[in-house]
Design a protein around this ligand. Sequence first.
Ligand code: ZN
Length: 299
Amino acid sequence: MIYHEDYSPPLPDRHRFPMPKFRLLFEHLQSLGILTQENWYRPQPATTEQLRLGHDATYIQAFLDGCLPERAMRRIGLPWSEALAKRTITAVGGSLLAVDLAYRHGLSAHLAGGTHHAHFDFGSGFCIFNDLAIMARYALAAGYARHVMIIDCDVHQGDGTARILSNEPQVTTCSLHCRENFPYRKANSDFDVEIPKGIDGSGYQRLMENHLHYWLSLHPPDFLLFDAGVDVHAGDALGYLNLNDDDLIRRDESVLQAAVELGIPVACVIGGGYDRDHARLARRHSLIHQTADRIYRSL
Ligand SMILES: [Zn+2]
């Protein structure tokens, strides 16, 4: 489990992005006894060199210095602050630590990450740097893997990830997302599954199982990155799908179990989740950690 106290910097009152969820998720996992002093890892901020695995040097520097044009910050949807900049690079560091820990222990779960709308030289949709793309290249560069697969189950398409990694033969990008949802201009992942609005848990599970096993047999990876976005939940403010908590558990189990059966490391990030009730949202995000914890204990 990877978390840093800097993950929930203050935002203006009533901002649309539920920034407190990371801290609440941490507290909830502690109260469940799933995150303990023994399995809690605190990341270092990602270095500029690491950020360059996925991004343009000028863009990185302009963001870190707080010099991005207002238009670029509006597209990101978060107001710049020192605390936001610090949080952003620390969270990418957390995703990289998740890769290290998955390699060492087989399974790791970050309490943040999944910023898949960040592109090579601009951010978008609350995403500044694309941790998934950086994680994949980092795992290859570290010699942890020769073929990484990214399974992105956030309700929104992983468009930034798909574009950054479009010429990367050693990474397979898979996105399972709602057709009618943001981004309206989709990118081409290696595999895209467009889910119709309003699908329920069993319909979703059928689609997902079919594709998951097809992807894994067609391009067998030796490292898996899993974006366990909870915005597919019926209670989500930005999703259009109809999954409940049990459906999320079933989805996460399928992916993690598949990795365990293949004997390959899997690093999880939380992805998107939007709910005005931040405590309820944190509980929803905690399902992936609960599932990961259960599977880890059975290894
Ligand atoms: Zn999303």
